[in-house]
Write a protein that binds this ligand. Sequence first.
Ligand code: HSE
Length: 424
Amino acid sequence: MLNIAIAGLGTVGAGVVRLLRQNADLIAARAGQQIMVRAVCARDKNKQRDCDVSGIKWVDDAPQLAGLPGIDAVVELIGGADGIARDLAVTALGNGKPLITANKALIAAQGVALAKLAEQNNVPLFFEAAVAGGIPVLKALREGLAANSISAVRGILNGTCNFILTRMREDRVDFATALHEAQQNGYAEADPAADIDGFDAANKLAILAALAFGVEPDFAFVRTEGIRRITPLDLAFADELGCRVKLLGIARMGDTGLEQSVGPALVPMTSPLSQVEGALNAVQLQTSHTGHIMLQGPGAGSDATASAVVADLIDLARGNRAPAFGVPVAQLTKVNPGPAHKSRYYVRLQVMDKPGVGADIMTILRDEGLSMETILQRAQSATESVPVVLTVYEADAEAMRRALDKIARLATVVEKPCLLRIED
Ligand code: HSE
């Protein structure tokens, strides 16, 4: 029997307690032993929650869980890169207890130190639920694709942002309403800024990159931008261009280093990533010997995330002792950051509808060696400004950025332009 302690009984913790009960027999059969929750800890003992913890020992101070006699493994579902979550993780691993966590912020920031501690104490550290919720992508990288070298990882890694962008496009609800719906459905982080400003996806990308490329996870090297500046107009223009707007995480090994970025991008509807809607997540892996692999599924929510946590518990019960990042910590290398890759671009401008405006913009593009592919203008008005969208053929990111700075300074451009990659 594997006796476990769980810290945190929020959306994910409650889901884990329920799943272990609901599927107890098949989990025991697959794990080779029963998995029993023996102790729990959460902020408020008297809170109404979606799971039954009667008969389970209650502890007020999370790190104490790691020292309880008879506990074989600790599950950390508190969240946060430091504070109690970190204290619990360090105490558990330091005490020789295996640690399972869904905490991407903790792993992205402290993963190397924790993996080192796990190795020193000869215990596993698993965190499948930290990336893309229920999708077993870390296991795919660590196990099923372990013989491949990986050249690129691209993914929709934040369910809340994907849900918001989908709801804004499909039903034209505003940003705040869509965010509220995501929160009601249990997808959003406690502080939704982590979702909508891209940091949640950046943490996940840093972890994926670590497993894919054998580097130390370091989200400081992930160029990060969220979806606050995306308007319903962008979603409508994207539609006209045969694209969807997605918050994409990209990690790509180039000739001079590893590019890591999170940001909104247009994805042509011919790409399977464009069809990933609502709170779903997806990860595409470009592999040396297995071609392109795409995994898609629920990236957030109680049941799906619990599924990934319990899968780690089953691995632990079976005796899986794989290194946390696929190789021993000593073999991980530091990130050598590489430049942004070339791509097509979407530029939305708000301009005065006057003769010569287009010519000024074209001149700037020409001077930077950029070539325009499409132009869309929505309305005509002699007095007011109008939205104009350009798409630009494959361009160097720096040249595009320089051109955009010059365009933004034109007197006839009346708002800050919106620049998005088109990810083919
Ligand atoms: N807030 C996250 C999301 C939950 O929306 O994807 C899972 O990490």
